[in-house]
Design a protein. Structure first.
Length: 238
């Protein structure tokens, strides 16, 4: 039974992390900056991978701290721990559903270390119907130095963890460090691969699917998945 629950958590976690990486805020800034800086595809993809890795690392650090807290809680809660973990996921899921219903969408505010000029290029797509296809190099603000551009891209994701994946660390607490390592590996692969795929497709001019709908309904999708996993953990508790 435990293996079935862990498998469900792992598969759902991969889906959440991949869909999270698919929203335009996680790959379009790299496309726009690469065009503005005149980077070749290889350089743009390397920088995308580095930023995705830093995004994962910061999220994993938060997951590590949460796991340590979970171990202490597990010692005190005992057989009540699955109910607590499942209820926590339900609350997270309901919170995301509430944010979806009240009109919130995922986005990134300008963070420490991100150049304002580069930040403006990152978010110029918010007012275009299909930015990856419509924007030309001439429409993007004049290029800054590569050092500033790369630092801004790294800061954009490093200090903005994958908040929708954090609840899965809560679900994985009962599986100890094995659960933490498995979830971190899933987060790493799904996030970095997802970002690379959509960045490459757009740079190569092959992307035909408009993913703005995914960005618009991301919170609702994540909320529904978290509610489902939380309910499963409660119902299948040992």
């Amino acid at each position: 039974m435990d293996h079935a629950v862990l498998t469900t958590i792992a598969i759902t976690g991969f889906g959440v992390a991949f869909f999270h990486a698919a929203i335009p805020t996680h790959w379009l800034p790299f496309v726009l900056t690469a065009r503005a800086q005149r980077w070749n595809h290889a350089k743009a993809l390397v920088i995308t991978a580095l930023a995705g890795s830093s995004h994962v690392l910061f999220t994993a650090v938060l997951g590590f701290l949460l796991t340590l807290f979970g171990f202490a809680l597990h010692e005190r809660a005992g057989h009540w721990f699955p109910r607590i973990a499942g209820s926590a996921l339900l609350l997270f899921g309901l919170f995301y559903l509430y944010r979806q219903l009240t009109g919130h969408v995922h986005g990134h505010a300008r963070v420490f270390g991100e150049n304002p000029q580069v930040h403006a290029a990152h978010h110029v797509h918010e007012h275009d119907h299909d930015p990856a296809m419509d924007l030309s190099v001439e429409e993007i603000p004049p290029p800054v130095s590569d050092r500033i551009a790369i630092t801004s891209l790294l800061a954009l994701l490093t200090f903005s963890p994958c908040e929708s994946f954090i609840p899965f660390y809560v679900a994985g607490m009962r599986y100890g460090w094995l659960g933490f390592i498995l979830l971190t590996a899933i987060l790493s692969v799904a996030t970095v691969v997802g970002m690379l795929i959509f960045t490459w497709l757009t740079l190569a001019g092959l992307r035909q699917i408009n993913l703005r709908a995914l960005e618009k309904f991301e919170l609702g999708i994540m909320g529904a998945l978290l509610c489902a996993v939380g309910t499963l953990i409660i119902l299948l508790k040992p």
